[in-house]
Design a protein around this ligand. Structure first.
Ligand code: AMP
Length: 288
């Protein structure tokens, strides 16, 4: 497995693979890898000849009062997991390599990024789009893999790739959870034992909302209310948002039937103590 800290070396390697006719899959991450990330690597392995993983805690997607400095990092462990999973290249630049002197170009979007996480994290998606665009140029892969765990991010990246005619297929992968339902996240490491238990309210509230939808409820405000009720039962939880939107363009809907491609995203962000966690489900409307 190649470990590269340099953009040029990485791009040359990937170009060489392309020249040899290999299909290349890319998995962008911020490291502190877990089974969620691993599932993306495995999907990339199944569908490509070579797999590249980037490990980079991207400063431009963190707000001034967010957890950039304390974000967990353990590159040796990450590299070992990549090696074990059969990854071919790990790109692990530092911030200076990614954002050279005089850097002042950003990628931004008019729609999709203002709702949900965009409300409390106003510069987050601009940073995500910028770094992902850069990664697509450094690693000119055929396909890039993103988790539904960050559903808004997945929708934003799909939109960006389409709008900017990027020559790459964006593949969404299902949420990987702990046995008790908590969505796996590098940030789960911030939780103490009591908070870890309290964090189960996220998946529990979504399960209650999904149950209503599966029973035929199509009024978004009723599903939202049910999710909020369950979240309200947990003392350690403080809700940032509960939103029901059209997954296609992240616009709010009043009725599930309004979802243009039949996919309704029910997404939540909840503080457990000081840790902000997100989770969601996508409800597919039956056609016809
Ligand atoms: P991160 O390192 O948190 O920026 O995540 C890198 C990629 O892994 C993103 O596409 C995430 O959506 C994805 N990911 C993170 N956690 C999970 C999970 N529990 N299940 C599936 N994908 C995940």
């Amino acid at each position: 497995m190649i470990i590269s800290e340099k953009k040029e070396e990485t791009r040359n390697q990937v170009k060489e693979w392309k020249r040899q006719g290999f299909r290349v899959g890319l998995v962008p991450t911020m490291g502190y890898l877990h089974e969620g990330h691993q599932s993306l690597m495995e999907a990339a392995k199944r569908e490509n000849d070579k797999v590249a993983v980037s490990v980079f805690v991207n400063p431009t997607q963190f707000g001034p009062n967010e957890d950039f400095a304390s974000y967990p990092r353990d590159f040796e462990k990450d590299a070992a997991l990549c090696e074990k999973t059969g990854v071919d290249l790990v790109f692990h630049p530092d911030a200076g390599e990614m954002y050279g002197e005089g850097f002042c170009t950003y990628v931004d979007m008019e729609g999709l990024t203002k709702e949900l996480c965009g409300k409390s994290r106003p510069i987050h998606f601009r940073g995500v789009q910028t770094v992902v665009s850069k990664l697509f140029h450094i690693i000119p892969a055929d396909k890039a893999y993103f988790g539904q765990k960050d559903a808004q991010q997945l929708a934003v990246i799909k939109r960006m790739a389409c709008d900017m005619d990027m020559d790459i297929e964006i593949v969404g992968c299902p949420i990987v959870r702990e046995a008790d339902g908590l969505a796996k996240s590098s940030r789960n490491t911030y939780l103490n034992a009591e908070e870890r238990q309290a964090a189960l309210v996220l998946s529990r509230s979504l399960a209650a909302g999904r149950k209503l939808a599966e029973a035929g409820e199509r009024d978004a405000s009723k599903v939202k209310k049910r999710i909020e009720e369950v979240l309200g039962e947990e003392e350690l939880a403080r809700t940032d948002y509960v939103e029901i939107v059209d997954f296609a363009d992240i616009t709010p809907i009043e009725n599930f039937a309004e979802a243009k491609k039949g996919e309704v995203l029910c997404a939540i962000a909840v503080y457990i103590g000081k840790t902000r966690l997100i989770d969601n489900f996508i409800f597919q409307l039956q056609k016809g």
